[in-house]
Design a binder for this molecule. Structure first.
Ligand SMILES: C[S@@+](CC[C@H](N)C(=O)[O-])C[C@H]1O[C@@H](n2cnc3c(N)ncnc32)[C@H](O)[C@@H]1O
Length: 283
């Protein structure tokens, strides 16, 4: 049975984004709709624009929020400027980005995101576009794979793992990739497995390219004083957000610039353990 996705730091995020009752809030990664629903309740007289890149998730969100103050849009958050301009929406007074993937995606074996379940090695957020992970990896050289595992997964054994990936006789399922990792890791393979799967997911979905485009255009659709909250899960994306809020001519860091989930939340929700909430303000 499909389990839900628990929104991370819900209270902190709603307080930060909705304190001044903004007219329009953007949820750039609506996923299971947990944060979207809280935003919708927090600004009953305002509107929430909920973006989602995964068509399966977007369809569920559309039925869930029919007849509410939420407009669901099946699009990457890189489409925000064009969609807001086309719809003549006012500039946003708040924006949320909860990066990465949802528990629903992780727990669905045929999406291929998890090393814990058997499924096709796919990992695309949007299966109507691009190529599945199995094909992406097959087309890469050993060095390219090693670089991706090192950069996006921060895994030290990247070269040996990349060699095993290239040498594996079959690379069609999550088990095939997991087997390649296990073949070179001595000791408990859980962390290297998680890092390699994260790296391949970031690679297949071009996640950092989308993030870079989002950041470079965010000034176009945010109004002065707009508060932006970003939940990050690994150091590369966290650093990109930090530098943008710190150095961009259009944004400043909030004081405090970031927050971590409380101990009780980390105990109740394992996914919260690696989360960091970055806070910025549009100048
Ligand atoms: C961590 S989940 C969001 C969970 C959500 N905050 C909730 O409470 O249910 C991240 C979601 O962002 C989506 N996503 C990833 N990259 C995206 C992008 N570039 N644009 C829009 N959605 C994206 C994923 O498909 C996934 O559903």
């Amino acid at each position: 049975m499909e389990r839900g996705h628990l929104p991370i730091m819900p209270q902190e995020i709603i307080e930060y984004l909705c304190m001044s009752s903004p007219e329009l809030v953007v949820d750039g990664t609506s996923g299971g709709g947990g944060h979207t629903s809280l935003l919708s309740e927090a600004i009953p007289h305002g509107r929430v624009l909920a973006f989602e890149r995964d068509p399966t998730a977007a369809e569920k969100l559309s039925s869930r929020f029919t007849g509410t103050n939420v407009s669901v849009i099946y699009s990457s958050y890189t489409g925000i400027p064009a969609i807001m301009e086309k719809g003549s929406f006012p500039q946003a007074g708040g924006a949320l980005f909860d990066l990465g993937l949802s528990s629903i995606q992780l727990d669905t074996p045929d999406r291929g995101f998890s090393h814990r379940t058997t499924g096709p090695l796919d990992m695309r957020f949007d299966r109507s576009q691009g190529k599945p992970a199995s094909e992406v990896l097959r087309a890469m050289t050993e060095k390219q794979i090693a670089d991706a595992i090192y950069r996006y997964g921060e895994e030290g054994r990247s070269r040996a793992i990349a060699r095993a990936v290239k040498q594996s006789r079959r690379l069609l399922t999550t088990d095939d990739l997991a087997e390649a990792v296990r073949s070179v890791v001595k000791g408990n393979p859980v962390k290297p497995l998680a890092r390699v799967f994260q790296a391949v997911r970031i690679l297949v979905n071009g996640e950092l390219d989308h993030l870079e485009k989002l950041l470079s255009e965010m000034y176009l659709w945010t109004g002065s004083g707009c508060r932006v909250a970003v939940l990050t899960f690994h150091s590369l994306e966290d650093r990109m957000i930090k530098l943008h809020f710190r150095d961009s001519e259009h944004f400043r860091q909030n004081d405090p610039p970031w927050m971590l989930p409380a101990a009780a939340e980390k105990r109740a929700n394992p996914r919260a353990r690696s989360a960091r909430l970055r806070l910025g303000v549009r100048l």
